[in-house]
Design a binder for this molecule. Structure first.
Ligand code: G4P
Length: 529
């Protein structure tokens, strides 16, 4: 098969949702369709159980599972599908943001009863910013939930999407009869049998045919006809170009648990979802069908065995083919590296492979060469654009609790930050280290891992900071306004890992004051500006 054909058949995507909406259940049903797993329950949810924030066993368990489920690949109808796992827990949102740099499209899962939830909003916003094509799956139709039109409105308003339903429910909850598939023009009746794998559908080209009353009640038929009339009137026709440009989002309804509406979603997905897309690097746009290999690291996972400090770096192949034992250029370090046992992923297993194609993910064993965002090529000096760091929400000083182990602590902190567990800031005026995280859970993860993997002990001290703002240096470094800001705020100035200047503001008010006092000063809320 040619490189072009290999690329065309690939679909690399992520499923995003608020915890409990049904991401794990949907993933599992998709894998069942691909024949990649044999039974339900094979895919483990990596969500952190409620109330388990102090349970280190739980953290370890979660890490173990998330290695296994980082990439789930399967074949379906001539397509090679790669699902990238995205943690739903909000404390791991950064991890999900980074994974979204490696997907070519996403499926958004929404609970029919709960509607759009907080985590969905944040994740969809990131996808919208990047124009990632999205398909919405409204789940748990077997339960009582919101009215379908109200939900579509909510999705449009809260998520800022332009939806068009490609299927529509017939009744809901107790009264749920099935789904009319607008895309395929057929009806799928709901039997509530979760063991059923392949659904039987009844073709229905003309919804006004009296045949409809024979399979669903008169009342349901009348409701469906009027609902569909409204759908055709209110929502635009599906437009693939608009979908691919992130300007329109098709919606499917179903019940993942009952494996209902999932086949329809998958069939439409493989047909409309994009194959690997071009990616921007600082130097140029790289197309997937270029013969030379390029790729970037979007995730690093520490080894579960604390005695072996090697890690697995997950590389998304942007172009060409990745081959085992071929030397590739690590463009940040300027050195060539060879990989003798690159891992590919299939279902929940990983195995050594000789060749992988653009769109695929390879896992590379790493002894400390990689950072998130690093680029590999066959020799060309390229740097793929990643996702900027956002301001953390929690800040704490980190102190050394065992003076004999300060080297270990340094190294541990350094490597955990490369993995993207949290952000490190170093205060300018006294050199103290501050760890910024999205969630409180990360502090426990860091403390636990420093101790178990690096033999170092740390303690934390509260640092009441509201937000990190990146400060852009003026053209004239002697600019009096800039110098005055540096002098007045010196206790709140720090450097991030890239040595960029950061202003750690203690309140929204102090940011406002700075803006007023120094109108020409350029403050940014992300690390790339
Ligand atoms: P997540 O990965 O998005 O966090 O969600 P997950 O798939 O774990 O699903 C969350 C809960 O919702 C699970 O129940 C799951 O069985 C249920 N669920 C998923 N899809 C459907 C659906 O279509 N209909 C109904 N009624 N329920 C659904 P749980 O009790 O929390 O977990 P479990 O004990 O079943 O594993």
């Amino acid at each position: 098969m040619s490189l072009q054909q290999e690329i065309q058949k690939r679909r690399t995507f992520g499923i995003i949702s608020h915890p409990d909406a049904g991401k794990t259940t949907l993933t599992e049903k998709l894998l069942l369709f691909g024949g990649a797993i044999q039974e339900a329950g094979a895919v483990k949810s990596n969500k952190i159980k409620k109330g388990a924030t102090s349970d280190f066993m739980e953290i370890e368990r979660q890490r173990g599972i998330s290695v296994a489920t980082s990439v789930l690949a399967f074949n379906y109808k001539e397509h090679k599908i790669n699902i990238l796992d995205t943690p739903g827990h909000k404390d791991f949102a950064e991890d999900t943001f980074r994974t979204l740099t490696a997907v070519d499209s996403v499926i958004v899962v929404i609970d029919v009863a709960k509607g759009v939830e907080e985590q969905t909003e944040k994740l969809v916003e990131v996808c919208r910013m990047r124009n990632i094509p999205m398909i919405v799956f409204i789940n748990k139709l077997d339960r009582e939930g919101k009215d379908a039109f109200d939900l579509l409105d909510e999705v449009e308003q809260k998520l800022g999407l332009k939806v068009t339903p490609l299927s529509f429910p017939i009744g809901i909850g107790y009264d749920f009869k099935g789904i009319y598939n607008i895309w395929e023009k057929n009806i799928n009746l709901f039997s509530g049998d979760s063991r059923k794998n392949i659904e039987e559908t009844i073709a229905f080209n003309d919804i006004n045919s009296p045949e409809l009353e024979k399979i669903i009640s008169e009342r349901s038929a009348a409701n469906l006809r009027s609902d569909l009339e409204l759908v055709y009137e209110v929502y635009p026709k599906f437009d693939r170009e608009a979908y691919l440009n992130g300007e329109q989002q098709p919606v499917f309804f179903g019940s993942a648990l009952n494996n209902f509406g999932v086949r329809e979603l998958l069939d439409c997905f493989v047909e409309i979802a994009p194959s690997p897309r071009p990616k921007a690097s600082e130097e140029r746009i790289v197309n997937p069908d270029e013969p030379s290999f390029t790729g970037f690291v979007f995730k690093i996972h520490a080894n579960m065995d604390p005695n072996h400090r090697d890690r697995l770096a997950f590389v998304k192949i942007v172009s060409g083919t990745f081959e085992r034992n071929k030397p590739y250029l690590h463009t940040r370090l300027g050195k060539k590296l060879k990989f003798s046992s690159p891992n590919a992923f299939f279902a929940e297993k990983k195995e050594v492979v000789d060749i992988s194609y653009a769109g695929d993910i390879v896992g590379l064993h790493d002894t400390g060469n990689f950072k998130i965002g690093d680029t590999l090529t066959e020799g060309e000096m390229l740097h793929f654009k990643g996702i900027p760091s956002f301001s953390p929400e929690h800040f704490r000083y980190i102190n050394n609790a065992d003076p004999l182990k300060s080297k270990q602590l340094e190294k541990g902190i350094d490597q955990l930050m490369d993995e993207g567990v949290a952000q490190l800031f170093k205060l300018d005026f006294n050199g103290r280290k501050v760890i910024g995280t999205v969630g409180a859970l990360q502090y426990e993860v860091i403390q636990y891992r420093l101790e178990h993997e690096y033999g170092a002990k740390c303690s934390y001290e509260n640092f009441p900071i509201y937000k990190a703002c990146w400060v852009e240096a003026p053209e004239n470094p002697k600019d009096p306004e800039y110098l005055d800001f540096l002098r007045v705020k010196q206790k709140f100035l720090a450097r991030d890992k890239q040595n960029q200047l950061v202003f750690l503001a203690d309140s929204a008010f102090s940011i406002e004051m700075v803006k007023q006092k120094y109108p020409n000063l350029k403050l940014h809320f992300t690390s790339e500006y």
